[in-house]
Design a protein around this ligand. Structure first.
Ligand SMILES: Nc1ncnc2c1ncn2[C@@H]1O[C@H](COP(=O)(O)OP(=O)(O)O)[C@@H](O)[C@H]1O
Ligand SMILES: [Mg+2]
Length: 259
C-alpha cells in the first residue's frame, strides 16, 4: 500500500451478511468469511461500512426508534449491531486484514437524522497506518431527537466527501438497481433519475432506513456535490467484491458524468 493511494469505501449491506428476514440477529457467517477473504486480496487504503440487517432493523422497529425516543431500545439496538460488527472484524482479522471497529455511536452527532458532526481524525490516522476502519449503521445521538438511526448508506457519502474518496462501492443482494423487467440499470444520473425512480422502492425485508431508494438518493446527492461516481452491485455473488476492489465497474453506476 502506498500513502498516496486513493481511498476506497466499500459498503456491505445487511442483506448480504445477515438473514434479513429474521426478527432477531441471524448472521451469515459463511458469507462474512467469504467477503473477508475477497477483501484480504486488496492492499489499498480501504474503509468498510456494513449494514445492520437483522442485527438492527427489527430491533429499531420493535422499539419504534424512528418515531420516538427510547433509551432502552437504543441500547438494545446498538448492542445488537455491535455483535454483528464483532463477527465482521473477527473474520477480517482472521483473513489477515488489520480491521478495527469504529462505532458511530461514539463519534457522530446527527440533527433530525442527518450527520452534522463526525470525529474522523482517528479514521485518517488508521488509514495512514494501514488499518481498515470498519463502521456500521448505528444508533447515534441527535441534537433534536435525542437519538436517531444512522444508516450506513448515509455514512458512506459523508466519509467520501470528508476524506475525498476515489472509489465507492455499495454491495447489496441484488445485481444493482433493477428496472421493471429485473434488468440492471447501467447508470443513474440526475437527468434519468425521474424516469427510473418509479421502479425503485424500499426493502423487501425490515429496513428502517430506506432500502434501495435510500441508497440512490444518498449517492445522487453525493455526485451532485462532488464528481465521485458510486457503484451499487451484488456482493452476494462470489467474486464481485474482489472485482469491485480490483477496479471493475460493476452493477449500477450513480454518476454525474454524461449529464
Ligand atoms: N429497483 C430496485 N432494484 C433493486 N432492489 C430494489 C429495487 N426497489 C426496491 N429494492 C429493494 O431494496 C433492497 C435493497 O435495500 P436494503 O434491503 O436496504 O439492502 P441492504 O441490506 O443491502 O442495505 C433490495 O433487496 C430490494 O428488496
Ligand atoms: Mg439498507
Amino acid at each position: 500500500m502506498k500513502a498516496e493511494d486513493g481511498i476506497t469505501i466499500l459498503k456491505i449491506g445487511g442483506s448480504v451478511i445477515t438473514d434479513k428476514s429474521a426478527d432477531d440477529g441471524a448472521a451469515k457467517h459463511d458469507e462474512i468469511e467469504r467477503i473477508a477473504t475477497e477483501i484480504s486480496g486488496f492492499d489499498g487504503r480501504l474503509i468498510i461500512v456494513h449494514g445492520a440487517g437483522s442485527f438492527g432493523h427489527p430491533q429499531a422497529k420493535r422499539y419504534a426508534l424512528t418515531e420516538k425516543f427510547d433509551a432502552k431500545g437504543a441500547i438494545i439496538t446498538h448492542n445488537s449491531v455491535k455483535n454483528l460488527n464483532r463477527f465482521v472484524i473477527n473474520s477480517l482479522n482472521k483473513a489477515g486484514v488489520n480491521a478495527v471497529p469504529v462505532h458511530p455511536l461514539g463519534n457522530t452527532v446527527c440533527e433530525n437524522g442527518r450527520i452534522v458532526q463526525m470525529f474522523i481524525e482517528g479514521i485518517r490516522i488508521m488509514l495512514e497506518n494501514g488499518f481498515v476502519p470498519v463502521l456500521h449503521g448505528d444508533v447515534v445521538m441527535d441534537t433534536v431527537l435525542g437519538i436517531s438511526i444512522l444508516s450506513g448508506d448515509q455514512i458512506v457519502p459523508y466519509l467520501a466527501m470528508q476524506l475525498g474518496a476515489e472509489r465507492i462501492g455499495i454491495g447489496s443482494a441484488k445485481d444493482g438497481v433493477l428496472d421493471n423487467d429485473g434488468k440492471t440499470v447501467e447508470a443513474i444520473t440526475s437527468s434519468n433519475f425521474r424516469d427510473i425512480e418509479k421502479y425503485i422502492g424500499a426493502s423487501e425485508n425490515t429496513d428502517v432506513t430506506g432500502g434501495m431508494l435510500g441508497k440512490v438518493d444518498e449517492l445522487l446527492k453525493l455526485c451532485e456535490t462532488s464528481s465521485i461516481t458510486s457503484y451499487i452491485f451484488n456482493a452476494a455473488k462470489n467474486g464481485n467484491v474482489s472485482k469491485f476492489l480490483n477496479g471493475d465497474d460493476i452493477g449500477t453506476a450513480i454518476t454525474n458524468t454524461g449529464t
